[in-house]
Write a protein that binds this ligand. Structure first.
Ligand code: SF4
Length: 246
């Protein structure tokens, strides 16, 4: 069913009985007018290198295992990455860096993420974003973040029986975790909230998953050397240990 308002998102998320239903409902969401306009404009104008391709131009659902022990939480799809290919972290440099690291960690069957039919699978891991539509300048508004949150919260609910660790890619994802945790686990965040940083680790009492901070795999971080492959390997190694996936 198509979602056109924030109330529709709440109802649609509540109705989704499994990940397949949730993914389908997410892809049919039109609740944020500014983001709908942007995702469609990008899909129409396209980047020169992809001019012969049909862009997805819709919200991008989560990707990965239904029995995930590790959740990887990003900000939002990239305009010419997920918004083009229809799969999160797919078809852009950020995805190249992320999936190369997951492959080194034994969590992905291949080091590249090029298209929805490229054969990529992940082990014990689910990847999702706090906001499901590509935003202009990668900056969703607080209202858009809040409107989209029920999709994320429902996704976490659907994997909570196995989820042991959440890796937050960047400060936006780190901040998005706290309301998700309260909604899904009924646990309030500590005060003051633990600060985001690369390698930050918040270890709550079970069943709430561990929270690990990791700089976002954006080109801004990876091209400048702020985030290196070794730093990613360290975070995913720790996530695997905490999740019992060694
Ligand atoms: S950002 Fe989320 S709530 Fe807004 S239109 Fe996209 S999927 Fe729907």
């Amino acid at each position: 069913m198509v979602s056109r308002t924030a109330a529709d998102v709440v109802a649609g998320a509540r109705r989704a009985g499994d990940l397949a239903a949730l993914d389908a409902a997410v892809a049919d969401c039109f609740a944020c007018p500014r983001l709908v306009e942007w995702r469609e404009e990008v899909a129409t104008t396209r980047r020169a290198a992809f001019r012969d391709q049909v862009y997805w131009g819709r919200p991008v659902p989560g990707f990965g295992a239904g029995d995930a022990r590790i959740g990887i939480l990003g900000l939002a799809p990239a305009a010419h990455g997920g918004n083009r290919t229809g799969r999160i972290f797919t078809g852009d440099r950020s995805g190249d860096v992320l999936f190369a690291a997951l492959h080194r960690a034994g969590l992905a069957n291949q080091p590249t993420s090029l298209a929805r039919d490229d054969g990529l699978t992940v082990r014990g891991t689910r990847i999702f974003a706090a906001v499901r539509c590509a935003p202009p300048d990668n900056k969703p508004t607080p209202a858009e973040r809040d409107t989209c949150a029920p999709w994320l919260h429902r996704e976490i609910e659907l994997i909570r029986s196995t989820l042991r660790v959440v890796v937050a890619l960047g400060a936006f994802a780190w901040a998005a975790w706290w309301p998700a945790m309260t909604r899904v686990y009924g646990v309030r965040p500590p005060s003051p909230r633990p600060a985001f940083g690369h390698g930050a680790h918040w270890s709550p009492p079970a069943p709430v998953p561990h929270l690990l901070g990791c700089y976002h795999v954006s080109q801004q971080n990876t091209f400048t050397g702020r985030l290196t492959p070794a730093m990613l390997d360290e975070v995913f190694g720790r996530a695997k240990t905490l999740a019992g996936l060694d």
